[in-house]
Design a protein around this ligand. Sequence first.
Ligand code: TXA
Ligand code: MG
Length: 315
Amino acid sequence: MDTRVLPASTEYVQEAAKEFLRDTPVVVPTETVYGLAAPITNVGAVKNIYVIKGRPQDNPLIVHIASYEQLNVLATQLPGYAKYLLDAFWPGPLTIVVKATRDIEHVTSQEGTIAIRMPAHPFITALINAHGPLAAPSANLSGKPSPTTAEHCLADLNGLVGVVFDGGEVMHGVESTVLDISEEQPTILRPGVITQDMIEDVIKRPCRVRSESKKSPGSRYAHYQPEARVIISDEPETEDVQGLGRVLIISKNTPIYPSTHIPLPEEQADIAKHIYAWLRQADNEGYDTVIIQTITDTGIGAAVMDRLRRAAKHS
Ligand code: TXA
Ligand code: MG
């Protein structure tokens, strides 16, 4: 299939309708990462999300909505504090896992829960307004680093999708925080730029963090892995690179052994924004090894370290 790249501007929204008619999902920017999106009512297109990505069938998709009416149709039994949470963080990079009102194929989990978020990007909002709630995982091949530019999406999905809507580089660079509020105690299943502190501040109660959660079906599988080997190091600049092939080092200080160096930004948010692009760059430019500096595991750093640990976990 030919893949067209169109601007992610609202006058092109109707181009998606043609793709959905032939059961093909479309690539769209969000504020977190690019998504591969299909209306939840179009079961054929939703199934094709799994086929195109090579995604395991038992890993449900996040549903993207544009209104509280849509939330009420899909979700039930929200705890009282949900109102404060959504007031504070929607639209934005927070996904809530809640009880679903009904079973929707590939969207609700075996436990009868559903993951929902209201994204903050005018293009996907327009697409939701035209087609209803959209199921959308990140627009990468399963297991690869998530895409933060249209070029990353094309690198994985060229020829597999009909349209990539190009909205330039995304704002955040890591996927939304996934927060399970379907049970008594709220639990972060996937850290993101909405941090544990930010959530606890708003809901006025403790929130657990489960990084290797059994409850988030996605956490069982390989994730975010480039071809290059990824090593996390406290002092990358002093690592002996012999025997590691061509090495890319991402660190505050300049490495003492010969290698290519990318300076690590000071701000955690800037690291989050570029982390996946660096991993992809390593593969594009043929590096064998990426050595990246450990960053503080608090705030947004928790989200970055979560992704890096998985990227470094080569089987
Ligand atoms: O920022 C994001 O969330 C991006 C953009 C495109 O919106 N989407 C995204 O979707 O990252 P995906 O499918 O790659 O990640 C969904 C995560 C997976 O870890 C999945 O296991 C978990 O959410 N998930 C989905 N439904 C769930 C449910 N009912 N219960 C627990 N975890 C769920
Ligand atoms: Mg993903």
